[in-house]
Design a protein around this ligand. Structure first.
Ligand SMILES: [Zn+2]
Length: 281
């Protein structure tokens, strides 16, 4: 369904420009009230249904109904990044989509940050015995984040805490696949995780880099000052372009387009990234 023209670079540039505009008004998963994701967007059109797309052999992305989830399939199980909007229907749909590409069990889940469109179904995975890994700042956000210091809570409810937390980095090997999680201090929130799949050279950045401008949730510990420092560290990691997947999704809808920037830096993103860094240095 996404096999439309991959040659329309001007169209891509236009779509990206449009996306930047959209996100300047309404950052994904982060309305002013504190990150209720798509559920909090007022009278915008209904969100797109979930779809699973191959980014590279052995790595898929599930779009729709929350931040994009990354699915890394190995010979002894699956490593997943992000859990979709909070709720049984979203969890069940995510699992169903993953089962269309692999029968392997999900063994580890990384959660990029506290907003419920990424963290929503932590509790479903921990209840199923899956290790859910997040930065220690995410757990702190759940406990004491927000304007009142009473902890993160969305309109859909409060996400459950992760089963494992880390401070600087966390590396996982599962059969023939690897994942490396990093935190470089506050950025989008005070508990961001970036997940690198080193053998495929693909990185999932959550909402840390959704467009050219900073996207920081200050009550949850985000920092525009450290955002550029964090990006500098991210750029030292070894990941590559994901032009094809990005273009496909950009032509479909803006939400996926913007969040696909998280799957690698292609030319536009890289240029904007460096421009941003130059400004903030
Ligand atoms: Zn977010």
């Amino acid at each position: 369904m996404l096999k439309k023209s991959l040659a329309a670079i001007p169209a891509l540039a236009f779509a990206l420009a449009a996306t930047v505009g959209v996100y300047a008004q309404a950052p994904a998963g982060q309305p002013p009230a504190g990150g209720q994701g798509a559920a909090g967007r007022g009278n915008q059109p209904p969100p797109a249904p979930m779809e699973i797309k191959q980014v590279k052999p052995g790595l898929y992305m599930v779009t729709g109904m929350g931040g994009n989830s990354t699915v890394r399939v190995g010979n002894q199980g699956i490593i997943l990044v992000d859990t979709k909007n909070l709720g049984d229907q979203f969890y069940n749909d995510l699992i169903a989509k993953i089962k269309t590409v692999s029968d392997q069990p999900i063994k580890h889940v990384f959660v990029t940050h506290v907003h419920q469109d990424h963290s929503g179904n932590i509790g479903k995975f921990t209840a199923a015995g899956v290790e859910v890994i997040a930065h220690e700042g995410l757990k702190k956000n759940l406990e004491t984040g927000g304007p009142k210091g009473t902890g993160y809570e969305s309109a859909a409810g409060k996400p459950a805490p992760p089963s494992t937390t880390y401070s600087k980095d966390k590396k996982i090997t599962l059969g023939n696949i690897k994942a490396e999680a990093y935190n470089f201090g506050p950025g989008h929130t005070g508990g961001d995780t970036f997940v690198l799949f080193p053998d495929l050279r693909v990185i999932a950045l959550g909402d840390h880099f959704v467009a050219a401008q900073p996207n920081s949730d200050y009550p949850m510990g985000g920092s525009v000052l450290n955002w550029s420092k964090s990006l500098t560290e991210i750029l030292k990691l070894d990941f590559e372009l994901q032009r094809r997947a990005a273009m496909s999704a950009c032509q479909r809808h803006e939400q996926a387009c913007s969040e696909l920037l998280s799957f690698g830096r292609f030319d536009f993103a890289t240029n904007e990234l460096h421009r941003s860094l130059a400004v903030h240095r």
